[in-house]
Design a protein around this ligand. Structure first.
Ligand SMILES: O=C(O)CCCC[C@@H]1SC[C@@H]2NC(=O)N[C@@H]21
Ligand code: NA
Length: 589
């Protein structure tokens, strides 16, 4: 099955060559990547269009291209409601996180934690991020390679090595500029590949109306599920609300994204790039959901259970090869789409790992290091992280069946606490570094307790909808069977088991609130910080913004008077800075 014509290999090779070419171009042009400002921050000269396409590419990998269609095929279109989370999930980063982080002119987003709390908090934040990204990178390398190998015999480790090496090379040579411009190219290839599969799939299923009829009969169009039960895997609340915290952890404080915001030439360009992400993310979500629906309609009523019934990872590639078989070049286009998605995510991860390792873990200990050595070290780091991620590729093989679920769990378990740390710092001036460390520790501990508990007790898997053979029965018959299935198997989990069956879409929110709650309690127990001791510009005046409708004098009374006498609240570039008289003196010395 799925023999590749020469044209397919050519297209795949062209993708790798084009990525290499872009990397080489940026290695030989501009400042020739001689400074870390250029290598890690693209000289802070980027415009909003490439930044926005690069922002999508960072967290739209083969996991989404294979995982989302499998999710829709198995459980229906409930997952599509995650698109509702993109509204607040991008507005809050654009108007809260970007202003604070951009004005501090950071290179690593974790520098914020040292400015707001202490060096210890910064190191913990950086190490947590590295842990999360290395695992996620492994998943992104493994997914396309294993899926292709399983269905088409595509040379497995050859693909993994080719991907890893090409990616490491152009990231190491061309730095962030190369990563952003290859992301732009790879995002276009990714959309083209998905569109091709959809067009051919609809045409082979007998047209749009035929697809729609089969999808409706197979009740794959999910209604708005307002079930408030937090253990229900996918409902409007877990996806639309829980998804907001997932988006904030990725598009608000994740190093890969913050680095892109900071590489924009002005803050306005950064905010605009965040806005421009919205339509492209909706398009990416729509393409992968529609692909799942077309796959369902195509195989409805036919018995492909031998192939489709196995692991969800393989069914999508099987479907694509089945559709594109015999159309020279299209299987190659889909392979290119899969590896474009993987490459653009992995290169972003490499580059962000190299940046934080340099900025947070190495430079502070070697302040006298020359630019040349620092840039060389950054390149060595990118290479070594590349090799580490190949090792991780195998480990993720053991993580479980639905790659999408594994990725979202990782973001929830590790990204959630990091989001909590930044929220604690930005919205609660009283929080101190002891509280921050305690909060992060508690958040991670709880996250891993729930996450691992749910894997061990296998309480997070939800029964798939009945396969579409049930279509042949009348509607009410199907409903009756479905109801029977429900009340028989749905034994109400109680106590700890219920705790383990918390929907993984709530992990980000749950862990974020844990960090904030514990962080505040410990801060108050160990002596809260005084507002005038907080580094100016590291606190977002949440109270001031929320009460912005109040007249100025009332606002001053409410949120600018501290017990140690009044402080002058200076509004510097839109952010309230509390500079007490004596500090004001220090400030101007
Ligand atoms: O595709 C991946 O590599 C990870 C799975 C999707 C990650 C999240 S889901 C919400 C947001 N929208 C995206 O397109 N990616 C992120
Ligand atoms: Na990607």
């Amino acid at each position: 099955m799925g023999h590749f014509a020469v044209a397919d290999y050519v297209i795949f090779a062209v993708l790798l060559a084009a990525s290499m070419g872009i990397g080489l171009y940026h290695a030989l042009s501009g400042g020739r990547q001689r400074t870390t400002q250029e290598f890690l921050m693209a000289d802070r000269s980027m415009r909003c269009l490439p930044v926005s396409l690069s922002l999508i590419a960072s967290f739209q990998s083969a996991v989404a291209i294979i995982g989302v269609p499998a999710e829709i095929y198995t459980h229906g279109t409930q997952y599509w409601f995650i698109g509702c989370a993109y509204i607040l999930g991008l507005l809050i980063p654009a108007h809260v996180f970007i202003p604070v982080l951009y004005r501090l002119r950071l290179s690593s987003t974790y520098q914020y934690l040292e400015m707001r709390f202490s060096k210890a908090v910064r190191i913990c934040g950086t190490l947590t991020f590295i842990f999360q990204t290395v695992i996620y990178m492994g998943l992104c390398v493994y997914t396309p390679a294993f899926a292709l190998n399983a269905v088409t015999g595509f040379e497995l480790w050859g693909a993994v090595l080719a991907t890893g090496l090409v990616c490491t090379l152009y990231t190491t040579m061309g730095g962030l500029k190369a990563v952003i411009w290859t992301d732009v190219f790879q995002t276009v290839v990714m959309f083209a590949g998905q569109l091709a599969v959809i067009v051919v799939g609809v045409q082979q299923t007998g047209g749009v109306s035929e697809v729609w009829r089969k999808v409706r009969e197979g009740n794959r169009i999910s209604a708005l599920d307002l079930n408030p039960d937090p253990t229900e895997r996918h409902t409007f609340w877990t996806l639309g609300v829980g998804g907001i915290f997932l988006m904030l952890s990725l598009y608000g404080v994740n190093q890969a994204q913050v680095q892109r915001y900071l590489s924009a030439r002005t803050e306005k360009e950064a905010v605009r790039s965040c806005y421009m992400v919205f339509p492209s993310l909706q398009l990416a979500l729509a393409l992968s959901c529609v692909m799942g629906l077309v796959m369902f309609a195509r195989y409805c009523g036919e018995d492909h259970s031998d192939k489709l019934g196995t692991s969800s990872k393989d069914m999508v590639v099987y479907f694509v090869m089945d559709m594109l078989q015999g159309l020279p070049g299209l299987p190659g286009l889909f392979i290119a789409c899969l590896f474009s998605a993987a490459l653009s995510t992995i290169s972003s991860a490499f580059n962000s790992l190299a940046t934080v390792t340099m900025e947070d873990l190495i430079k502070p200990h070697f302040p006298t290091m020359t630019e040349a050595r620092a840039t060389l070290l950054s390149k060595v780091l990118a290479m070594s992280y590349g090799l580490l991620c190949l090792a991780m590729a195998y480990l993720t093989h053991l993580m479980g069946d639905s790659v999408l679920q594994v990725a979202l769990k990782i973001f929830g378990m590790v990204g959630g606490p990091i989001l909590g740390l930044f929220c604690l710092g930005m919205f609660f001036p009283w929080a101190n570094s002891t509280g921050a460390l305690a909060g992060l520790g508690a958040g991670l501990a709880l996250a891993f307790w729930v996450g691992i508990g749910s894997i061990v007790t296998r309480s997070s898997s939800t029964r798939p909808l009945p396969p579409c053979r049930a279509v042949l029965l009348s509607d009410n018959m199907t409903t009756a069977i479905h109801a029977a299935l429900l009340n028989v198997t749905l034994s109400r989990p109680s106590g700890l088991k219920r705790f383990y069956s918390l929907s993984y879409m709530w992990y980000s929110a749950f862990n974020c609130f844990t960090v904030i709650l514990i962080g505040l309690i410990i801060s108050f127990l160990t002596g809260p910080m005084k507002e005038e001791d907080v580094t100016p510009g590291t606190v977002y005046p949440l109270l001031g913004k929320l009460l912005c409708f109040l007249p100025e004098h009332l606002k001053k009374k409410l949120c600018c008077v501290t017990p140690l006498g009044h402080t002058v609240s200076k509004t510097v570039n839109g952010l309230h800075k509390k500079i007490s008289p004596q500090r004001r003196y220090i400030k101007h010395v």
